[in-house]
Design a protein around this ligand. Structure first.
Ligand SMILES: C[S@@+](CC[C@H](N)C(=O)[O-])C[C@H]1O[C@@H](n2cnc3c(N)ncnc32)[C@H](O)[C@@H]1O
Length: 402
């Protein structure tokens, strides 16, 4: 099989024909033993893609995987690594199988790919992660360190200071002759851990092609960057819509893809022709960038049992409980908003949510009042913030004293 190629075949047959020790990285995302036919209709192409993930029993599945994983080991270079993508259905069985084939000493990590997706249909805990088992062929495997940002709670100031050990072997800050702390070597961040938060492809993502269980390109890019360098060869024996080979091409690695489905191979070739990748706003800007409300606003919402809502100019939250079968919207008057403006924004935004009741939390008294308190705005509940109530009470007492 030539480099930079995608073929339609049972991967076992193709792997058997491949030369020994030729591949730098193998990533495989095989059927997960879901005992279902995985299918999806592509909204862009209006085509239905599917593959079968039904087995007689676990034994049959594991035998299918074993022969293919053994061939994978053979074609892997001594400096190479394998990443096996699976989930709760069979990850524990695959771990035992991989220990047997590759050796427990070459088990490197169980990577948890964590994402947020929810549905209310299931009794029990939501499944919000998948597992990627990482084994190297030998201890001489390629590995590139990747660094991530410090968490918000880390005191980076302290981390930058140099440390030494005292005579009892206890670590302490290094001090110079003037009693000042000494700045240590530059820090690159926190080494990447085995829990990766990468968003699941959303239905509108540009790179989504409508293939069932399509994985995000960023996930594959991270794996490829971790254990290969430019010019290395990446193999995916269950290539599906081609995510691995597209990521490899984007990162200037050579690639080989195999899939038993002709539709999958055609789709992969199309994706290789025109490389498309979705930028993740969450990864680029961080979770905090979604948080538009101040701590004080979030506290006010929590006090009345509301769930904060981001990215809505007219509504800051909704009460957890519906009233008369409809959601109850909540808005906190902003410092630069008059009461009139706040009310009209809340009413406008609440119309689309079919709210009957709306709550507005007033935070200040307008310098010029334009709001008509006599006009009964139907469904509007006007509350004063605690801060305002305290000021009102104090003002009243001062008035009485005069
Ligand atoms: C989970 S999907 C891969 C999805 C892929 N990672 C993506 O991002 O689109 C599994 C793929 O394995 C393929 N497959 C199943 N049995 C196979 C076999 N024996 N040889 C090669 N491909 C196979 C299926 O056709 C399916 O496309």
């Amino acid at each position: 099989m030539q480099n930079n190629n995608v073929v339609c075949a049972d991967c076992l047959e193709t792997l058997k024909k491949m030369k020994t020790e030729k591949i730098d990285l193998i990533y495989l995302d095989p059927p997960f033993f879901t005992q279902n036919i995985q299918s999806l209709v592509s909204s862009k192409k209006n085509e239905k893609f599917s593959f079968c993930d039904k087995w007689k029993d676990m034994d049959e599945y594991l035998k299918f995987m074993e022969v293919r994983l053994e061939e994978c080991k053979r074609v892997l270079k001594d400096t190479g690594s394998i990443f096996v993508h699976c989930d709760r259905n069979a990850s524990h069985y695959l771990k035992v199988l991989l220990d047997k084939i590759f050796g427990t000493q070459y088990f490197q990590s169980e990577i948890i790919w964590f994402y947020k997706r929810w549905s209310n249909s299931k009794k029990g805990l939501l499944n919000n992660h998948q597992v990627i088992l990482f084994y190297s062929k030998t201890s001489n495997f390629k590995f590139n360190r990747i660094y991530t940002d410090y968490s918000e709670t880390t005191n980076v100031d302290q981390i930058l200071q140099d440390r030494i050990k005292d005579k009892n072997g206890k670590s302490k800050y290094k001090i110079d002759e003037n009693g000042e702390s000494v700045i240590g070597k530059s820090k690159k961040g926190v080494p990447l851990s085995d829990v990766w938060e990468i968003p699941y492809l959303n239905p509108k993502a540009k790179e989504r092609v409508g293939y069932p269980t399509q994985k995000p390109l960023i996930l594959l890019e991270q794996i490829i960057k971790l254990v290969t360098e430019e010019g290395d060869i990446v193999l995916d024996p269950f290539v599906g819509s081609g995510t691995t080979v597209v990521a490899a091409k984007m990162l200037k690695r050579g690639y080989l893809g195999i899939d038993i489905s002709q539709e999958a191979v055609d789709l992969t070739k199309e994706r290789l022709e025109k490389l498309v990748k979705t930028e993740s706003f969450l990864l680029k800007k961080g979770r905090a960038s979604y948080q538009k409300q101040t701590e004080q606003q979030v506290e006010l919402l929590k006090m009345i049992g509301a769930i904060p809502v981001q990215r809505n100019n007219g509504i800051d939250g909704f009460l957890k409980e519906y009233i008369d079968g409809k959601p109850v919207s909540v808005k906190i008057q902003k410092q630069d908003e008059t009461l009139d403006e706040a009310v009209s924004k809340l009413i406008k935004a609440s119309k689309t949510k079919k709210c009957i009741y709306m709550i507005l939390i007033r935070t200040h008294v307008d310098r010029i009042n334009t709001f008509d308190f006599e006009k009964n705005t139907e469904g509007l509940i006007l509350l004063d913030s605690y801060e305002m109530q305290i000021h009102e009470k104090i003002d009243l007492r001062e008035d009485c004293a005069i």
